[in-house]
Design a protein around this ligand. Structure first.
Ligand SMILES: [Zn+2]
Length: 223
């Protein structure tokens, strides 16, 4: 397979390189370095390639359905690029989603959110368990799933708690509070004075942490 480099100064399309392939039609991708690569067979003319780029260039950079996301209380603008691998990274105020082709963007993004929830919520649970250890001797199993009406649920009979995967959009201090709350429910199932006494002992600033989330719609899931 030979590689031929084309560059253009045409203002309506970005600079690009052409890689000759045997496949039918024209495809394009952006390298992690931001270079636009066109895959085309030897019969494609320069005109047909540039027409293709003009028609499809927006697909390389167009924003997802929602153009921003909040992660751990911080806002990120979403940027989509195509490239040689599927990957999500953050850079200052941007969340960059790189996928091998445009149709994979949403899946790459959703997989990233799912993995982040799994990794971060387990790490925070480990730290919070150290705080509640005098009360709880065995660390509950952490289950994570998307829930529509609560931030966390505890199952003392099964020795586990379920956390809402949507928590990753909120500040870490609030997530710590939710986990602490559910851990204490393992020994104090109701919101009794004994429950709050334990909560105050383990997390004296819990009220401030609740106030980190803004709307009453979010707060109604607190129980
Ligand atoms: Zn509760």
């Amino acid at each position: 397979m030979s590689k031929k480099i084309h560059t253009t100064r045409n203002h309506s399309i970005p600079e690009y390189s052409v890689k000759i392939t045997k496949q039918k039609g024209i495809r394009m991708r952006v390298t992690p370095q931001g270079k636009l690569i066109i895959h085309a067979n030897p019969f494609c003319t320069k005109e047909s390639i540039e027409k293709f780029i003009q028609e499809h260039v927006d697909e390389l950079y167009f924003p997802l359905k929602s153009s921003s996301v909040r992660l751990f209380g911080r806002s990120f603008q979403i940027r989509k690029v195509t490239g040689s691998s599927n990957h999500v990274s953050t850079c200052e105020h941007e969340l960059i989603i790189q996928a091998k082709d445009c149709t994979l963007m949403e899946k790459v993004y959703q997989d990233f959110l799912k993995q982040t929830a799994k990794d971060v919520l387990s790490d925070i649970s480990d730290m919070i368990f150290l705080r509640v250890q005098p009360i709880l001797t065995k660390k509950p199993k952490i289950l994570i799933r998307r829930m529509s009406s609560s931030w966390g649920v505890c199952h003392p009979d099964k020795g586990s708690i379920t956390l809402n995967s949507e928590l990753i959009h909120y500040p870490v201090e609030f997530i710590e509070y939710v986990i602490c709350h559910e851990f204490i429910h393992m020994v104090e199932p109701n919101h009794s004075p004994a429950f709050y006494a334990q909560l105050c002992k383990v997390m004296p600033d819990y009220k401030r942490r609740i106030d980190l989330i803004e709307t009453s719609n979010e707060k109604q899931y607190l129980m």
